[in-house]
Design a protein around this ligand. Structure first.
Ligand code: F6P
Length: 363
């Protein structure tokens, strides 16, 4: 049966998104003879006047190495709580999900591939119940989605941070400084821990292990006493001190989306400078971690996810998310995948390995 399917991505961009789009388009066309529509700018593309375009083989040619997403994205357009500006300028939050369902049906597509993190996939799951048959693809550099061993984009982000750490070591060493490197990850410390391990950081502070600033300073002090005159401390943006709170740049109400974290790197650096009298510098890697070309690993994972999503549509496995388990592609219920976050186990092997290597985790 010839079908028309659509693909949409939501949330922040992520290296590998174009690989998923290409995988969906190529397998849908080459293996099934289906048409594929690309919805632009996340769920914003299904609000008011729908914006979308046909994706044929030419449209996805050469996009595998390209970062970002050819479709554009948005991390503010939750149709179940959508900020609408009234005539008097006030912003009210409305449920406009029916408009999204109607607009989707108006496209003439019979199913949707949704590529996103937990927020986007939770929205998609609810749309599935409202009559938009969909399958999900897990996307985020944070690697915080349950149900899949890995999300695409994460490997690239770890590579970018590791390269930055390698570069920072040489300048920290030359100036005998403490470099505090703040990295992304929201509530999950995967990027900090794995890149910190790969980049031989002296300390790594994670959202999963509230840190004791006294121990952080003690560790730096001891390293200096032992003859090491520089130090690299990787701080996840969601890390926070014992008896303290996460540092927030903007609340969920202010962003009409997710809390924006940031600033903990400066706090840690200031504490080290004040308590130890050392010269510190802070590097906030920010969106560099999401930019640029995906790693070969992520290109392959993204391609596998895209192809598998089409296979799941062919088999009518709606409401499910494609996932990597070991070396295999499997389908997992989206409800399961978004029920809780995939976080670092403070008592698990990765944290243990770091500490066995002498890396300070602030506890
Ligand atoms: O979830 C991915 C992520 O990059 C987080 O690591 C980070 O906190 C957030 O998105 C940044 O979002 P924005 O692009 O809205 O600043």
């Amino acid at each position: 049966m010839s079908r028309c399917i659509a693909i949409i991505n939501g949330g922040g961009d992520c290296p590998g998104l174009n690989g998923v789009i290409r995988g969906v388009v190529r397998s849908a066309i080459l293996q099934h003879g289906w048409r594929v529509l690309g919805i632009e700018d996340g769920f914003d593309g299904l609000i008011d006047e729908p914006h979308f375009r046909e994706l044929d083989l030419d449209a996805v040619q050469g996009i595998l190495p390209r970062g970002g997403t050819i479709l554009g994205t948005s991390n503010r357009g939750n149709p179940f709580s959508y900020p609408v500006r009234e005539a008097d300028g006030t912003v009210v939050v409305q449920d406009i999900s029916q408009q999204v369902v109607t607009n989707f049906k108006g496209l003439g597509a019979d199913a949707l591939v949704v590529v996103g993190g937990d927020g986007t996939l939770a929205i998609a799951r609810r749309l599935n119940d409202l009559g938009v048959p969909m399958v999900g693809v897990p996307k985020t550099i944070d690697n915080d989605l349950q149900g899949t061993d890995l999300t695409f984009g994460y490997n690239t982000a770890v590579g970018i941070v590791t390269e930055a750490l390698d570069r920072l070591v040489t300048t920290a060493e030359s100036h005998h400084r403490v470099m505090v490197v703040e990295v992304m990850g929201r509530d999950a410390g995967w990027i900090a821990l794995e890149a910190g391990l790969a980049g031989s950081a002296g300390g790594i502070l994670l959202p999963e292990i509230p840190f004791d600033i006294e121990l952080v300073c003690q560790h730096i002090h001891q390293r200096r006493e032992a003859g090491s005159r520089f130090n690299i401390v990787v701080v996840s943006e969601g890390a926070y001190p014992k008896n303290g709170d996460k540092i927030v740049q903007a609340t969920a109400e202010e962003t009409h989306g997710l809390v924006r974290l940031g600033g903990i790197g400066h706090y840690v650096a200031q504490q080290i400078a004040d308590r130890e009298g050392l010269e510190t510098r802070v590097v906030v890697l920010g969106h560099v971690q999401r930019g640029g070309t995906p790693s070969p690993f992520d290109r392959i994972l993204a391609s596998r996810f895209g192809v598998q999503a089409v296979e799941m549509l062919a088999q009518g496995q709606y409401g499910q998310m494609v996932a990597l388990r070991g070396r295999e592609m499997v389908a997992v219920p989206i409800d399961e995948a978004v029920a809780e976050q995939n976080l670092i186990d403070p008592a698990g092997n990765l944290a243990w390995t770091a500490e066995q290597l002498g890396i300070m985790l602030g506890r």
